[in-house]
Ligand binder design. Structure first.
Ligand code: UDP
Length: 313
């Protein structure tokens, strides 16, 4: 296959490039580098089956030659990033999705949209099955991401139903691992950075809010299976082992062998507005349809991630 991956220089996009190259496919990576980092792709430059185009997919996209698949992973993806880039976040989820769908239709390519657990907002149902419609504040600070991704899902289904395009949608839950940005503001890089530099780990609120963390290799495997599956409706891919943010802070301290303390902070800014109180994927569908489930334990994935960050702090 010849595959276009948007957001190729990001955390997930670059790992996807690696997977498709490793499977013998040809990869065209695309990124405008507002949050992506070329270091994540440096090892692929010079590879005969890899090429890169610096481009903002919110503008008309031209790719010469055939394409068999388009994987749309471009978007700021951390609360800090979309607070800093609210309009590009809305544009890449809406216009970028429209443009990549149009490209896939033109090329006769299969399409996969990177959606998110944020479509469920601050959920009133836990765990969240794909049938849950969500509880999103459209005008809060997270609305720029949540609503763009909800629009992206609607647009993708419209291309499937109206144009007969082969589309797939993955709803990605919290994922961590090497190549996350140290300063992206998310809890995993924040806590690891703090643990490795002896600073206190900043737990927002009382730390009772929950998340379910999956290691990136499990996610990439789920995406790889989903693209070749027949499932046309969204599929959750995440690790159902849910924990409080306070317990997660303890886990980071333990794995990194840090002496850091834990402090409770009450940010007054938008970082914690509409912060989901719980989040856990119901992965029944992925288990049944893809024969997929996460394999990597938190302690093992965290150890790999801490090693990666140790070289960079
Ligand atoms: N969080 C925290 N301390 C930090 C960064 C984040 O306690 O230094 C909390 C945040 O309030 C949220 C959870 O960790 O409840 C996960 O936040 P993240 O930004 O990683 O992503 P989200 O899952 O909210 O999109």
């Amino acid at each position: 296959m010849r595959v276009l991956i948007t957001g190729a220089a990001g955390f997930l996009g670059s790992h996807l490039c690696d997977r498709y190259i490793a499977e013998g496919h040809t990869v065209v990576g695309m990124d405008n580098l507002i949050t992506g980092n070329m270091d994540n792709l440096a090892h692929l430059f010079g590879h005969e089956r890899f090429s890169f185009i610096k481009h903002d997919v919110s503008n008309y996209i031209h790719v010469s030659g055939e394409l068999d698949a388009v994987l749309h992973f471009a978007s700021p993806a951390s609360p800090i990033d979309y607070l800093e880039h609210p309009i590009p976040t809305l544009k890449v989820g809406s216009l970028g999705t429209h443009n990549t769908l149009g490209l896939a239709k033109h090329k006769g390519a299969r399409y996969l949209l990177a959606s998110t657990s944020e479509v469920y907002g601050d959920p009133q149902v836990n765990p969240q099955p794909e049938t849950y419609w969500g509880h999103v504040n459209p005008i809060g600070p997270r609305g720029v991401y949540d609503e763009a991704k909800r629009f992206a899902e609607a647009m993708t289904l419209a291309y499937q139903r109206f144009h007969g395009l082969e589309t797939r949608i993955v709803r990605i839950f919290n994922t961590y691992g090497p190549r996350m940005r140290l300063n992206d503001g998310r809890v995993v890089p924040n806590f690891i950075h703090q643990a490795l530099t002896g600073q206190p780990l900043t737990v927002y609120g009382d730390g009772s809010q929950t998340r379910s963390f999956q290691y990136y290799t499990d996610l990439i495997e789920g995406i790889y299976r989903l693209l070749v599956s027949d499932e046309k409706l969204p599929v959750n891919i995440g690790n159902p082992s849910e924990m409080s943010i306070l317990d997660f802070a303890h886990a980071v301290i333990e794995v990194s062998g840090s002496n850091s303390e834990i402090v409770f902070v009450q940010p007054k800014d938008e970082r914690v507005t509409d912060d989901p109180k719980v989040r856990r994927p119901d992965i029944t569908k992925a288990r049944e349809i893809l024969g997929w489930e996460p394999k990597v334990k938190l302690a093992d994935g965290l150890a790999q991630t801490v090693d990666y960050f140790r070289d960079r702090v």
